[in-house]
Design a protein around this ligand. Structure first.
Ligand code: ACM
Ligand code: ZN
Length: 484
């Protein structure tokens, strides 16, 4: 049998009879004895037979079949694919806050991700540079929080206004679209930091209470939600209620990354809260805040996810899933997992697809250590992986697509196969054969020569990318990182 390229590479492909299969689908059934994401695809002389542990698993069989058809047309070999993933969490993250991504483009990205059996869409729609979902209870969020007067992210310099957001109708449509494709939506409201756009609309929920403007620059910013004011928690709970209606899924991400605590440190109400709650430091105050929001969401049947800085205080509710992206200061994630906590792995150097390929090559994405040293003891509580695109430096759809593809597909194989994956050279060969799949979905991937740039080219890309950060920007970020 000629080698057929499939991504993610299935666990088992068994050769069948000599001669060609009948290309007509004869049966598609769900089988309760199969795992939820397990499927079996049989190409036989009497037709195509699909069985899956769920409707979603049957869709996986269809994606596999689609890739086979792209290579073989209707002259199909007889074979059987028996397949199931190593990890149940194979997420992709798209930042729609920094630069808005129109609903049709977003759907295209979701469709392509689903094709590669990625199964969770982490939707980042709130950040310093914009709040991008229509909010019924707090309309100033989309009226003021979505309106950015200028774009000075990186070395870009423009006065153009960005004021787009997704209407509730569009959100419902995207959530339903994801459902049809077997993709769960994980909405994220980033708190207590990365809230400049929220505070531009409702400044009373910050420690200073001063009017600020939606950020036009990239970075980490000092104004964060006040953990001392009771009104902040009322605001958050009402805001969440407004969003929970739109997002019926099990998971909710409440952010928690890059929250500089300078204003908390000097806020009498935050200080009072620490004293009353017996909190030893500002990181524990963040843990307290995350736990309070988590308790609210848990009571509504949701499971909460946070970025790993939220665990720095060591007091995080063990039911919270921690997403590891940066340094695990004082092994807090490790301790969280020892207390029964679960984790998702999305380390910057392998999973952040906003960097040029000269910094994060396709090989780097493929070679993620998804079970990092230090967490091996709690291996069974690593849920899986996530690939991400942040959009501070992404201003058009072609750029978005070339940054994400084929890197998201590499991440899909990491999550599907885990340690047992076939290796980068095999992935690259298969990816080249499957390039027509991108054309079919109208996606413009990075071209193959750019996937793993040679040293000189990588150096050039790195130098070009670094032009986005002035010496002052770097100093400021370093300063902020000390107080996170
Ligand atoms: C992050 O990249 N700030 C989670
Ligand atoms: Zn405060």
């Amino acid at each position: 049998m000629a080698r057929i390229a499939i991504i993610p590479e299935p666990k088992k492909i068994l050769a069948g009879e000599e001669g060609n299969a009948d290309p007509v689908i004869r049966e598609k059934k769900t089988d309760p004895d199969m795992g939820e994401e397990e499927y079996c695809l049989q190409l036989k002389k009497d037709g195509i037979w699909i069985a899956g542990g769920s409707e979603k698993a049957c869709l996986y069989a269809k994606s596999t079949l689609e890739q086979i058809r792209l290579q073989c047309g209707d002259t199909l070999p007889c074979l059987t694919v028996e397949d199931c993933p190593a990890y149940s969490w194979r997420a992709f993250h798209i930042d729609c806050a920094r630069h808005f991504i129109p609903a049709d483009e977003l759907k295209k990205m979701i469709r392509m991700s689903a094709h590669f059996k990625l199964n969770k869409f982490h939707w980042h729609f709130s950040d310093d540079q914009g709040w991008r979902i229509e909010c019924r209870k707090f309309p100033l969020l989309h009226e003021i929080g979505a309106a950015r007067r200028g774009d000075h992210m990186g070395n870009y310099d423009s006065d153009e206004t960005e004021d787009r957001y997704y209407t509730r109708e569009q959100v419902r449509e995207i959530v339903a679209y994801c459902g049809e494709l077997g993709v769960e939506v994980i909405p994220e409201v980033d708190m207590p930091g990365h809230v400049t756009a929220v505070l531009a609309a409702y400044p009373q929920y910050g420690c200073r209470g001063e009017q600020i403007l939606v950020e036009t620059r990239a970075g980490i910013f000092r104004d964060i939600l006040c953990a001392g004011k009771e009104e902040t928690f009322v605001f958050i709970e009402q805001l969440l209620d407004d969003l929970l209606e739109l997002f019926p899924g099990k998971y909710f991400h409440i952010g928690g990354d890059e929250a500089p605590k300078e204003y908390w440190s000097s806020c009498p109400l935050c200080r009072k809260r620490m004293e009353e709650e017996g909190l030893e430091n500002l990181q524990q105050l963040q843990g307290y805040m995350e736990n309070r929001i988590t308790a609210y969401l848990k009571a509504k049947g949701r499971t909460v996810i946070v970025w790993n800085e939220a665990a720095y205080g060591g007091n995080l509710d063990p039911d919270t899933i921690v997403q590891l992206w940066t340094e695990d200061k004082e092994n807090r994630l490790e301790q969280h997992m020892e207390r029964g906590g679960k984790a998702v792995i999305s380390i910057v150097k392998n999973c952040y697809c906003d960097y040029p390929y000269g910094i994060t090559s396709l090989r780097d994405v493929y070679e993620l250590e998804e079970c990092p040293a230090g967490l091996t003891k709690a291996k069974d509580r690593i849920l899986g992986t996530e690939c991400l695109i942040w959009t501070e430096h992404v201003r058009d759809e072609k750029r978005l697509e070339t940054l994400c593809w084929p890197r998201f597909a590499a991440s899909a194989e990491v999550g599907w196969r885990g340690q047992d994956r076939p290796g980068y050279p095999s992935f690259e060969t298969r990816m080249k054969r499957l390039l027509p799949v991108f054309e079919k979905y109208g996606i413009c991937p990075e071209e193959a020569p750019g996937w793993v740039p040679a040293q000189e080219e990588a150096k050039r890309q790195k130098a070009e990318f670094e032009k986005n950060f002035s010496a002052e920007d770097r100093q400021e970020v370093e300063k902020m990182q000390e107080i996170i």
